[in-house]
Design a protein around this ligand. Sequence first.
Ligand code: GRF
Length: 204
Amino acid sequence: MPELRVAVIASHAGSNLRALHRASLLADARFRIVLVISNNSDSGALRYARDNAIPARHLSGRTHDDPDQAIRAALVEHAADLVVTAGYLKKVGPRTRAEFSGRIVNVHPALLPRHGGPGMYGEHVHRAVLDAGDPVSGASVHLVSDEYDTGQVIGQIEVPVQPGDTAQTLGARVLHAEHTLLPDVVRRIATGHPEWRAPASADR
Ligand code: GRF
């Protein structure tokens, strides 16, 4: 089975990118990161990619009139099999979604379907979990569909809420858990694990 070619799109720190890249270097990984895209020229994700000799592109409304088209073209050019959005604060555009239908996954810092949708990012998510009094939070990896955070969930990890948690302390533990979940899910996809039932995976 050939290695799965993974592209990562990220806006900020890129700690999920780092976790995924480290996992890709393990002998039995069966996937590798072939491209990193960021809409933020100053992102930790782009710096990490450049420092680790991973092809990296800054693509945004500043660099291109039609960033969706530029992103789609870059992903096609690098023959990405799977696209991972990890802390990408923009919506993946319609051309990219159409080209990579069923092959774009996002990591979200809550147990979807709870606490997803527009405006639910970063600390907003963890504050919502605490305000709701949820005893357990966690992270989800889901397929990207037309609406924010609504696609099929393909992996989750639980993180218990602790007494005295703040959005920051809970967020830090959830982020740490994402670093386990995301490589795990990508490994499952790369090895054709039966739990990975994304529609487009059947004929690939
Ligand atoms: C993560 O919590 C992810 O779930 C969310 O944004 C954060 C990204 O962190 N969408 P990083 O850039 O991977 O460090």
